[in-house]
Design a binder for this molecule. Structure first.
Ligand code: ADP
Ligand code: MG
Length: 378
């Protein structure tokens, strides 16, 4: 079993400075799961992956793979396969030789090598390209060869570090689908790093959200859960703002009424919004932040429109299938996304409806209050 377990893992690159990069990372990754690490640049995603690969020391804490304590085991003995963002293929070798090379180094017999390379080529759609040199391949094809090199090793865990970030947007979407298929085919444990939250949402069984570590924080693991779990129940404002595209809107307000499964918030504008949130751990008069996703705002005459907001339109984008209105509410950027055209232009005032079930609420320490409903727009 290739479960990957991290207990209280910490990384400090420079003990003299006492500044940790990662702290108190607890993960329990089950065999066959597709796990994605997301977070802004510099938060430690690659560091965490490299510690699992054995390319970076673990300062303290414990790593085990398949039930075996791995902290001191050298990379080659961990049975992990790593695919990087920059896929350095050997230019003088063709696709077949590139994939076979690592196995030859291991002195594996020719027949086994041939079986493994052929199988990997089939899975990755590289059969017609086996004779080609890397320079005669597209970026996406080269990345597939790099993945193939890792597949032939039959690792128990695949580690991918932003494998698609060097590809153009269209190719990235195509490769993303290929990687999803690959996971279904191989059924192996995959740990995948990206800063692209759409990649994370579409590929992951579970997402690990990391933030840049604050000196006083207990950990920079913000949340570990399924994509929809993070979308519907982010544990704090950081996760709420990171997961979802376009980003969640935030407005400042004050709690004015607290019920069992609902509360009321008075916004700076004076508007009062009802939220399906259990705010009982707060008290009337507390400062809070209301969160509302761009895709959850509705026309004011919509039956779900319990509260209302209005703002000054900065830019309206009409894309045919959907439209985006970027406006300013209470001095803050506020985005509205709609499936139909919203007939507004720069300078107009737009009034939108706020469904109570669509609201998120955060306390003054940016921790989420529990939501008591989920919103699916009809
Ligand atoms: P990410 O992959 O999330 O962008 P990294 O894991 O590459 O982040 O880096 C996390 C932090 O650790 C950054 O502040 C980076 O400067 C620092 N760091 C990364 N590698 C080293 C290193 N070899 N020595 C010292 N600091 C490093
Ligand atoms: Mg990185």
């Amino acid at each position: 079993m290739a479960d990957v377990i991290l207990k209280n893992v910490r990384k400090n690159y420079d003990p003299a400075v006492l500044k940790d990069t990662l702290r108190n990372i607890e993960l329990n990754i089950k065999e066959g799961e597709f796990i994605v690490f997301v977070g802004p640049s510099g938060c430690g995603k690659s560091t965490l992956l490299r510690m699992i690969a054995g390319l970076e020391d673990i300062t303290s804490g414990e790593l085990s793979i398949g039930g075996k304590y791995m902290n001191d085991v050298p990379p080659v003995e961990r049975n992990v396969g790593m695919v990087f963002q920059s896929y350095a293929l050997y230019p003088h070798m063709n696709v077949y030789e590139n994939m076979a090379f690592g196995l030859k180094l291991k002195k594996m017999d020719k027949e086994t090598i041939h079986k493994r390379v052929s199988r990997a080529a089939e899975i990755l759609g590289l059969v017609p390209l086996l004779e080609r040199k890397p320079k005669a391949l597209s970026g996406g094809q080269r990345q597939r060869v790099a993945i193939g090199r890792s597949i032939v090793q039959q690792p128990s865990v695949f580690l991918f570090d932003e494998p698609l970030s060097n590809l153009d947007a269209a190719l990235r979407v195509k490769m993303r689908i290929e990687i999803a298929k690959l996971h279904k085919e191989l059924n192996s444990t995959i740990i995948y790093v990206t800063h692209d939250q759409v990649e994370a949402m579409t590929l992951a069984d579970k997402i690990v959200v990391l933030s840049p570590l604050k000196e006083s924080a207990e950990s920079n693991l913000e949340q570990y859960g399924s994509p929809l779990d993070l979308y519907h129940n982010p544990s704090n404002k950081f996760v709420a703002g990171f997961i979802g595209s376009p980003k969640m809107n935030f407005l400042d307000g004050i709690l004015v009424e607290i019920g069992l499964d609902k509360c009321k918030i008075k916004l700076n504008s004076g508007d009062i919004v009802t939220a399906c949130v259990d705010a009982r751990r707060g008290k009337v008069g507390d400062k809070v932040e209301l969160g509302i996703r761009p895709e959850h705002l509705v026309p004011v005459d919509h039956p779900d429109a319990v509260g209302r907001l209005s703002g000054q339109v900065q830019v309206a984008e009409h894309l045919g299938a959907e439209s985006f209105v970027y406006m300013e509410v209470d001095g803050k950027d506020f985005t509205v996304k709609a499936a139909s055209e919203i007939p507004v232009d720069t300078g107009d005032t737009l009034e939108v409806g706020v469904p109570a079930q669509a609201c998120y609420l955060f306390d003054s320490t940016e921790q989420a209050f529990p939501r008591t409903a989920k919103y699916n727009r009809t």
